[in-house]
Ligand binder design. Structure first.
Ligand code: PGA
Length: 227
């Protein structure tokens, strides 16, 4: 099975850096640039995703980007519920649920991010995020879950392979018990060229969501090759 590799470029890179990156980048991946730069990333070997999407239809929502607009442009994926948006934009489980519904209804594939702080009860938190985020959603065939422990994002820390494997199995159990379906589950948080060989050995991981390391096209290409 081909693993899914997603690059989350976050709010990195200036215009000049983007142009260079696009010229250099290739490979089978999904890249989520700043929305402003989306047109530069289209029509390459990789697919393009948004980092976030509006919960609303087209209309009076200053600063938002609708799933319909994204689809029209040729965007195929969107991240939803990234911990940085939960933290800095105060996105709630209810908002995340509304965004997932809107995105799926419009035909976008959704990468639904979940994860715990180091001092939180992991299983309780993940269960809450999954059940609330997916409330009243019946078809999960276009949904991927990204497990990103918050304490690992940008910190250089990662859980052990055993811990990741157990957590992914837990997520899959919650999904199958409550939705009677299965989804692909990715790992994210400080994935880079130095640890990808190790992380890639996690038995049940379906791919990776990569932040900082994906902003370096050379490193990102090497990671893709290794996976
Ligand atoms: P990181 O970010 O790879 O820079 O830790 C991952 C993410 O936030 O998606």
């Amino acid at each position: 099975m081909n693993k899914i590799i997603i690059g989350n470029l976050k709010m990195y890179m200036t215009y000049e850096e983007v142009i260079k990156y696009v010229e250099d980048m290739e490979g089978e991946a999904i890249i989520c640039p700043s929305s402003l730069y989306v047109p530069f990333f289209l029509n390459h070997s990789y697919q393009v995703g948004l980092q976030d999407v509006s919960m609303y239809d087209l209309g009076s929502h200053t600063g938002d980007i609708s799933a319909k607009q994204a689809i029209d442009m040729g965007v195929t994926y969107t991240l939803v519920g990234h911990s940085e948006r939960r933290k800095y934009q105060h996105e709630t489980d209810e908002m995340i649920n509304a965004k997932i519904k809107k995105a799926l209804d419009c035909g976008l594939r959704v990468v639904f991010c979940v994860g715990e702080e180091q001092n939180e009860d992991k299983t309780q938190k993940l269960q809450r995020q999954l059940l609330a985020g997916l409330k009243d959603i019946h078809d999960l065939s276009k949904l991927i879950v990204a497990y990103e422990p918050i304490w690992c994002i940008g910190s250089g820390q990662t859980p052990t392979n055993d811990e990741i494997e157990t957590t992914i199995a837990f997520i899959q159990t919650i999904i199958s018990q409550n939705f009677h379906q299965s989804v692909k589950v990715l790992y994210g948080g400080s994935v880079d060229i130095s640890n990808i060989d190790t992380l890639n050995q996690v038995e049940n991981v379906d791919g990776f969501l990569i932040g900082k390391a994906s902003t370096d096209s050379k490193q990102f290409k090497e990671i893709i090759k290794k996976i």
